[in-house]
Design a protein around this ligand. Structure first.
Ligand code: SF4
Length: 375
């Protein structure tokens, strides 16, 4: 298949659904986690769960970079914008995530802070060049997909010896998060969250390749199938996972071979390695402190590191009590379990991060499946 329409073809979807139905064993329950928010979005947008047999359950994972950033890091960004008089630049969704006392960057902007939405790290760099008298901070978030562009911005800032540009780095790593989920008490001991296999991320894997998943397919004996974001990609991945589980295999398979290789994008990986190093630990919303799960800016680029230039509060702040984002991000609950879903919390007036980003489970439920329990 060459064109996007073909990956959304109705007849092919029906054929795949029939294949899955034929291969699924009625006595077995299949619990499949899609790690990535892009897949969650596709599952709801195309009603994929409805095409699957009742004993194949899709569980939504923590793969939305906006959703996993804890309240404390939002508060840090708000403090940078409010207390240091900087121009704080970030992606659109980040502006609306509430920090503590429901203060978002958008609210800080309404109160006078200079907060600006950008589409890329290089937009932020341009703002710094255009405003030599102001300090400009790029609030960088994202998984392995968005890390290389941040590295490029840091390299360009250093090459130009730009004195008024820094990055507040919040880049996180996918494989450590998946391993953390598999090591969580819910999965390991209590059995409250059965997880039989993973639909592996698409864009992230284009950068890091399929190889990093091999370790935990072996170590934790869970199959992984890397899949693209089109509906037929996801259905094909489910079929491949069902086959692996039926045959007792736990391997990494690549459904998205039109983009992902085993080695990934070596050039991008080298760029990231030049600019970033592993953090010993980083707090994730829903997962808590996860060792070696995020990146920090290397010493060679210290002059462009906002955490070194400014006094960032770096406090750990609990989620709003009413919000179930933490349990949803661990796959333990669905948005329907949250009492304020669709009432006090809506995309226009979000209480938690999962309702902000279009990749968040709550936003996906609200937009596509609000009146059904598709969990
Ligand atoms: S509906 Fe809102 S408050 Fe409830 S879990 Fe989702 S984001 Fe949090």
């Amino acid at each position: 298949m060459k064109f996007v329409d073909e990956f959304r073809d109705h007849a092919l979807a029906k054929t795949l659904a029939a294949k899955i139905r034929a291969e699924v064993r009625p006595e077995t329950r299949y619990h499949v986690m899609e790690f990535c928010g892009g897949h969650t979005h596709a599952i709801f947008r195309y009603g994929i769960q409805d095409l699957l047999p009742a004993n194949v359950r899709l569980i939504h994972g923590p793969g939305c970079p906006v959703c996993v950033l804890p309240v404390g890091r939002i508060d840090d960004a708000v403090a940078l914008a409010r207390d240091h008089g900087v121009i704080l630049c970030t992606y659109g969704d980040m502006l609306r995530v509430p920090g503590s006392k429901r203060v978002s960057l958008l609210k800080a902007k309404a109160e006078g802070a200079d907060v600006r939405m950008v589409y890329s790290s290089l937009d932020a760099l341009k703002i710094a060049r255009d405003n030599p008298d102001r300090q400009v901070v790029f609030f960088a978030i994202g998984f392995e997909t968005t890390t290389p562009p941040t590295a490029v911005a840091l390299q360009q800032a250093r090459a130009a010896d730009l004195k008024n540009f820094t990055v507040f780095c919040n880049h996180v790593l996918t494989p450590s998060a998946i391993a953390n989920i598999l090591e969580s008490p819910e999965v390991r001991r209590l059995g409250t969250l059965p997880l039989d296999g993973f639909v592996g991320p698409a864009h992230v894997s284009a950068v890091i390749g399929s190889r990093p998943y091999e370790f935990f397919a072996e170590e934790y004996e869970r199959p992984v199938v890397i899949a693209g974001f089109e509906p037929l990609d996801v259905m094909q991945a489910v079929l491949m996972l069902v086959r692996q589980l039926n045959e007792g295999r736990a391997e990494v398979e690549n459904e998205y071979s039109r983009v992902v290789t085993r080695e990934g994008n070596i050039k991008a990986q080298a760029l990231v390695a030049e600019v970033f190093e592993l953090r010993r630990t980083f707090e994730w919303r829903g997962l808590g402190l996860v060792p070696y799960s995020a990146l920090a800016i290397k010493e060679a680029f210290a002059a462009w590191d906002a955490e070194r230039r400014f006094a960032v509060p770096a406090r750990s702040v609990p989620d709003n009590k009413a919000c179930e984002c933490g349990a949803i991000l661990r796959g333990l609950k669905t948005p329907r379990d949250c009492k304020v879903f669709g009432t006090a919390c809506t995309p226009e007036n979000p209480l938690g991060s999962c309702m902000v980003s279009s990749e968040g489970a709550c936003a996906a439920y609200y937009t596509y499946g609000r009146f059904r329990d598709a969990g």
